[in-house]
Ligand binder design. Structure first.
Ligand SMILES: [Zn+2]
Ligand SMILES: [Zn+2]
Length: 369
């Protein structure tokens, strides 16, 4: 997967970036047509929306979840209790949505692990420099040492420990201290959408039973009682009578699949103790190493062929053998040595209980100060 492709999987904030890339040329054209003053206004709006923290996507999230819940409640709650669902789902669904919003607020407003001049020494002791993708240096903006695995967020204008990415939907960085909430948010919303999809499916299945649709179709309309014959008629009846519910079910199923993808991607990163930021760094490092090794292998192959040409007594290699001989470039292997990966149980523990929140870390903090 290429770098841009990975970004799409990483965070739904790609949506904002995509919008930005699609509309920037049009946006600037409008600005240039309207004159220099309007162009300044256009550029400052673009700066506010894309390069500064702003609650735009947070508001969109709240609108989406509220409206989805409202439409689900309005269209489907009248059929609860039904054949398959009891009235407990009235309260259960509301509680599930409330927990989802709480997780959203927790991720949005929690400290991702902001590094300041006061706490930088403690964050420096959390992770050693691997001298591969992280080496000792200073943040040129904050003018403080940059702990290993940290990054300066250009949107929030601060250094964040174990930086993963800046999430536009949360209007917050995802870092050492709030990756756990972010993961819980993704998992919970995946389960919430799945719950919605299954619940609506069960309501529709219940309606089929209660209204004896299959019985009517087979007895009164003389349709064969086989799945193959009944399915088109049942689908037609559902689309005609419950189109809102079908639309909501399809919407929730698509969102749940997307969320499962996001959660799976981030879970894989957590299990190998890697951050999104580090995957880009590793990609750059591996690419560079591969190029260096390939250059070395090409130089060695060239030297070998020159010495072969100059040595006339050497028996010539048959054409077939030289055809099937492996290219030295095929042997180029670049190994990723992630020193922070200490086995998946340890890695999960590190996400659930970040190093900077542990008592042992706080104690060492006081000792060092
Ligand atoms: Zn910084
Ligand atoms: Zn940020």
């Amino acid at each position: 997967m290429n770098r841009n492709g990975s970004r799409i999987v990483i965070d739904m904030s790609w949506f904002l970036n995509s919008l930005r890339h699609c509309f920037i040329p049009l946006w600037r054209f409008v600005g240039s047509v309207l004159g220099s003053k309007s162009k300044d206004v256009v550029l400052s709006i673009e700066y506010y929306c894309c390069d500064r923290p702003n609650p735009l996507l947070q508001i969109i999230y709240l609108v989406i979840i509220s409206f989805t819940y409202y439409f689900v409640a309005k269209s489907s709650f009248p059929y609860i209790p039904g054949y398959y669902l009891s009235e407990i789902h009235w309260y259960l669904s509301l509680e599930a949505v409330a927990i989802g919003i709480l997780l959203f607020l927790l991720t949005s407003f929690s400290d991702p692990g902001t590094i300041t001049a006061d706490n930088v020494t403690h964050y420096l002791s959390a992770y050693p420099y691997d001298n591969i993708i992280f080496s000792e240096k200073e943040c040129s903006t904050c003018k403080i040492p940059k702990p290993a695995r940290s990054k300066h967020c250009s949107i929030c204008k601060r250094c964040v420990a174990r930086f993963d990415h800046h999430c536009g939907w949360m209007n917050n960085c995802i870092g050492e201290r709030n990756t756990r909430y972010f993961m819980a948010f993704l998992l919970w919303h995946f389960l919430l959408c799945l719950y919605g999809t299954v619940a609506i499916a069960l309501i529709l299945a219940g309606r089929l039973k209660e209204l004896k649709v299959v019985y009517i179709l087979t007895v009164y309309y003389g349709i064969e009682k086989t799945l193959w014959d009944l399915a088109p008629h049942v689908v037609q009846w559902l689309l005609g009578s419950y189109n809102t519910q079908i639309l909501l079910m399809v919407f929730l199923a698509i969102i749940s699949m997307l969320l499962f993808g996001f959660f799976g991607y981030h879970a894989k990163l957590c299990l190998s103790n890697t951050t999104t930021n580090e995957t880009f760094k590793w990609q750059d490092y591996m690419e560079l190493q591969r190029k260096v090794k390939e250059a070395k292998a090409s130089a060695a192959a060239l030297r070998q062929s020159i010495s072969g040409l100059s040595n006339e007594r050497k028996p010539s290699v048959s054409k077939w053998r030289s055809f099937f001989r492996r290219s030295p470039l095929e042997d180029v292997v670049v190994v990723k040595n992630n020193v922070y990966d200490k086995g998946f149980i340890h890695n999960i523990h590190e996400v659930v209980s970040p190093l900077s929140t542990r008592t042992s870390f706080t104690q060492s903090k006081f000792k060092s100060s």
